[in-house]
Design a protein around this ligand. Structure first.
Ligand code: DGL
Length: 270
């Protein structure tokens, strides 16, 4: 398939959490057009089986390819852990696939060698053990302490952040003895940047709280540049598709993308 730089960047997540990554991409590369797919009909992915997430991801990749995306960004840790390898194989003759885990692993290995690093994420991401596997393979002497924090996604989706309820839930999770002594904390879910400040405050800003949106945007830009696919002038407006539509989703997109966007319904199984 012939790819040209004017084609959009395809981005997907289980819902609107990946808009945190889309926003970082938009900020770093204002000349690019984005096509975002939020699989709101199947949210949350964090509690789904690996097989289910793989099936959704393949369907979404088909949509993004049909809409001529020049690259696919999996803006979701749960889907990156469950479906990245499969998706790469599925589309490898057509386009490159970027996940949110590898750029974060590079950052952690580069900055926190021989230190103790915490990781929070959905059950799917934590149970997959993928961060530990990739970090250990780099032999940087990092001790990774992982903790599933499954309430955070529904809490954020319901608009509970920067208030007493979210503070209480975050406190309850981060107080876990397993996380004692960490020198950095990886936010292993693209919803979590919305509570990054609260998390940093819990640690009295003593440790680094690492969110993947910027490193993913940078790694995408590196790829596009090296492949000669970096756009120089925006050729189309951004487009946002969701597999199920509610007004509340549309309202909360503003918090994730930091500007209003119009969501268009696109049923995955027509
Ligand atoms: N935002 C997604 C992630 O990074 C997951 C949220 C969900 O459970 O659907 O894992």
């Amino acid at each position: 398939m012939q790819i040209n730089k004017e084609q959009p960047i395809g981005i997907f997540d289980s819902g609107i959490g990946g808009l945190t990554v889309a926003h970082a991409i938009r900020t770093l590369m204002p000349e690019e057009s984005l096509l975002y797919f939020g699989d709101t009909a199947h949210l949350p992915y964090g509690d789904k089986s690996e097989a289910a997430i793989q099936a959704y991801s393949v369907k979404i990749a088909d949509v993004l390819l049909r809409r001529q995306c020049k690259v696919i960004v999996i803006a979701c840790n749960s889907a990156s852990s469950a479906a990245y390898n499969l998706l790469k194989e599925y589309v490898h003759r057509s386009v490159e696939v970027i996940n949110v885990i590898d750029p974060m692993v590079d950052l952690v290995v580069g900055k926190f060698a021989n230190q103790s690093v915490g990781l929070i994420g959905t059950r799917r991401t934590i149970q997959s053990g993928i961060y530990a596997e990739k970090i250990n393979a780099r032999q940087a002497g990092i001790t990774l302490k992982s903790l599933a924090t499954p309430l955070l996604v529904p809490m954020i989706e319901e608009g509970f952040f920067n208030n007493q309820i979210s503070d209480k839930i975050i406190h309850e999770y981060l107080d876990d003895p397993h996380l004692k002594g960490i020198e950095a904390l990886v936010l292993g879910c693209t919803h979590y940047p919305l509570v990054k400040e609260e998390i940093a405050s819990f640690f009295s800003k003593r440790i680094a709280v690492l969110d993947s949106s910027e490193v993913v945007a940078q790694s995408l830009r590196d790829y596009l540049r090296q492949a000669g696919l970096l756009n120089v002038k925006r050729s189309a407006p951004d487009h946002f598709l969701v597999s199920d539509y509610t007004e509340s989703f549309e309202a909360s997109t503003k918090q994730f993308f930091r500007e209003s966007v119009h969501l268009e319904k696109y049923a995955l199984w027509g």
